[in-house]
Design a protein around this ligand. Sequence first.
Ligand code: AOF
Ligand code: ZN
Length: 330
Amino acid sequence: MMRAVELAANGPAWGPNPRVGCVIVGADGAVLGEGWHRGAGTPHAEPAALTDARERGNDVAGATAYVTLEPCSHTGRTGPCTEALAAARIGAVRYAVADPNPQAAGGGEVLRARGIDAAHAPLDAAAALNRRWLGAVERGRPWVIAKWAQTLDGRTAAADGTSFWVTGEEARAHAHGVRAEVDAILVGTGTVLTDDPSLSARPPHVEDPHQPLRAVMGLRDTFGAKVWRDEDAIAVRSHDPRDALAALAAREVRTVVVEGGGTITSAFLRAGLVDEVHAYIAPAILGSGTNAVGDLGIATMSGALRGRDVTATALGVDTLVTAFFQRGPQ
Ligand code: AOF
Ligand code: ZN
């Protein structure tokens, strides 16, 4: 199953579909076929592994398929994997994560009903690989990453409004890498009007990176801004985070990075709609200026929103702190 997780990681982190890997093993323990899912519209991991086995001239009758996600039982962009596995006369199936997608779920039961020894074999690494996708499907809305760059004293801009170069080169390069792994970037009209960002993903040393959908929320007119040039972009004429997430969900967005400004970030936090925070922290002090996050109506320490599974990564002189946040009130 660890090998299947390794294969799954070859798939794209962005896109509407999960990353899934599959290894087919014979009775003697020999690997007969391997496959992974390469993105929406392409074969799922199981048919990919069956094809690999066929191309290698291996007979998979009676073999065991290790899959990182419960095989689907639906016809979506492709046919049901339960059928493909049954047709190939696979003898047993082990899947690491139960599929939370209501359209596709229940494959384990379908396989058992067909006399195939199918069982859930949980593996944390498999769930971790699709943490954002699983969260999005379970919540029925995109997974939200709130991202900002701040000084040591929590400022994202100086009193005169300047905010460029809070953090250095390495932190910015990292943030571009994150953009290239998500489905959408969302900012408020205020950020577009003050910074005029292009919101493209420009990770260094990556040729032709995936470009996320750009989304701007708010009521003000941003006609002529850079964000409306070239790549795909949408306007959400609302201040309500729920409207923004609904518009993104309609575009099959599973992960969105909310890049500010502070008003938007605070609105998402207040609504309990932030799943993950990425705070890039520069060793700088301003003493005045814009706060990364505004008033959330929290007056006492016991009310603080507290992150879990925290990471701290040194990026030049800066530090990236990431944390996951529990689902708040919806
Ligand atoms: C994948 N790859 O290897 C597996 C998936 O949009 P469709 O028709 O390709 O179906 C996507 C759903 O199928 C997905 O949400 C998940 O529930 C299930 N399994 N999907 O993209 C795979 N095994
Ligand atoms: Zn499938």
